[in-house]
Design a protein around this ligand. Structure first.
Ligand code: AMP
Ligand code: GLY
Length: 428
């Protein structure tokens, strides 16, 4: 008898999770938007808010779920994993207390300090905007200013890169938040390592590089992530094996300090001349990074879930030796003034052998509509990053007017500029 799994969340990340489970389980899903990609793979799809723990538990009980997987951080923060666990549905996703490693950025930095976890940045925390602003004004050097709570990846500002110290001070004073973390600005190349974690065990996946800035050439405001790539092995072209291992050591040190953690632990690092430093931890798969990782995971994701639930050793992971390039199509104006509510057509037949993932779109009776967030993504897979990039681009030929895509992601030119940047930092 197959397992019945409930998936919470309706973005591109969750479409990737759905695809990695659909052949092996009876899948049900719930989210605030009806994602047509997930709905077509699921035996049932319920429209319910991701933070509505009571409604999600009721749906899990209704469909007889044996297991649950949570995609979005908002659900983790709202205690959806706690509620499902307490109702007897093993949930791959941390309880709200452990999810604070993501949902409370002040806790995150303090936790790394307290447990002597390698790679922490210099930081200070504030519970009043005025004090945070004064600290930034007097700080000797560039800083990253971060609201303490969740902002969908759009709350951070970095001086010397995106704005002046003066503008950062103004940003803090004008913003709606009181609690801030101010960090030293880390310089280098960013990469992410996502790990499956349960029962104190850690299994890591290939390093991914996301592109947070909205426009080509890393210009413009921060977004949830415009696209991402992986290489054919565990590292990226600008990294060494030792850099990857240092990131894994940091992730393992976090898990040692959080022995009850279960779910995906996502470490984001800034690789500088002295090795990787922690940009942040997330308590879930990245979006878009899940769309790079899960398509090349040859080990059934279900085997990870059942081992986690049953207290067995997590399986060793096998990956296809393929590079991936993911590019998002987002509504014009995203993330500042996104044009939501447009009715769109997506021609799935023109995607070729790339993968198409639906994200924050809503399937209504009369068609598919955009929301204020990212709409859909394509993922090319190939023997090299260049090959995967070409496949992603060819799939994007169906993108209509009204969308924005960062076409530079995964191109030979941009990847080479990352390699050159690292070589320069390392004095090579
Ligand atoms: P986060 O929401 O913490 O992922 O931050 C969003 C983006 O801001 C990251 O992907 C980085 O590009 C940048 N960022 C965050 N913290 C720092 C830091 N301490 N130094 C430099 N850049 C940072
Ligand atoms: N891609 C960044 C994130 O998922 O937070």
């Amino acid at each position: 008898m197959s397992e019945t799994v409930l998936l919470v969340g309706g973005g591109g990340r969750e479409h990737a999770i759905a695809r990695s489970l659909a052949d092996d389980v009876t899948l049900y899903a719930c989210a605030s938007n009806r994602n047509p990609g997930i709905a077509s793979l699921a035996a049932g799809f319920e429209t319910v808010g991701e933070r509505d723990a009571d409604a999600i538990v009721a749906y899990a009980e209704d469909v007889g779920a044996d297991l649950a997987v949570i995609g979005p951080e908002s659900a983790l923060e709202a205690g959806v994993a706690d509620a499902l666990d307490d109702a007897g549905v093993y949930t791959f996703g941390p309880r709200a207390e452990e999810a604070r490693i993501e949902t409370d950025k002040a806790f995150q930095r303090e936790f790394l300090d307290e447990h002597d976890i390698p790679g922490n940045a210099d930081f200070a925390t504030f519970d009043a905007a005025e004090a945070a602003a004064e600290y930034v004004e007097n700080y000797d050097g560039d800083v990253a200013v971060k609201p303490v709570g969740l902002t969908g990846g759009k709350g951070v500002r970095v001086t010397g890169d995106q704005l002046t110290t003066e503008a950062a001070v103004e940003y803090i004073l004008d913003a709606e938040w009181d609690e801030w973390v101010i960090e030293e600005r880390l310089i280098g190349e960013e990469f992410t390592v996502q790990a499956f974690v349960a029962n104190g065990e850690v299994r890591t996946t290939p390093a991914v590089q996301d592109h947070k800035r909205a426009y080509e050439g890393d210009e413009g405001p921060n977004t949830g992530g415009m696209g991402s790539y992986t290489d054919t092995g565990m590292t990226l072209p600008f990294m060494t094996d030792a850099d990857y291992e240092a990131a894994v050591d940091t992730i393992e040190a976090v898990v040692d300090a959080l022995p009850d953690y279960k779910g995906v632990l996502y470490g984001q690092f800034m690789l500088g001349a002295d090795g990787p430093k922690v940009v942040e931890f997330n308590a879930r798969f990245g979006d878009p990074e899940a769309m790079n990782t899960l398509p090349v995971l040859d080990t059934p994701f279900l085997d990870v879930l059942t081992a986690a639930r049953d207290g067995d050793a997590l399986p060793d992971l096998a990956f296809a030796e393929e590079a991936t390039v993911c590019k998002y199509a987002v509504p014009a104006g995203y993330p500042v003034e996104p044009e939501a509510g447009a009715r769109i057509e997506v021609d799935e037949s023109s995607v070729g052998d790339a993968l198409l993932y639906y994200a924050s779109v809503d399937q209504r009776e009369d068609g598919l509509y955009t929301t204020t967030s990212r709409s859909f993504a394509v993922v090319g897979r190939g023997d090299s990053i260049a090959d995967a990039e070409a496949k992603a681009e060819s799939a994007l030929s169906m993108v209509e007017e009204g969308f924005h895509v960062r076409h530079d992601i995964g191109t030979a030119e941009l990847v080479q500029s990352r390699i050159d940047h690292m070589a320069e930092l390392r004095g090579e």
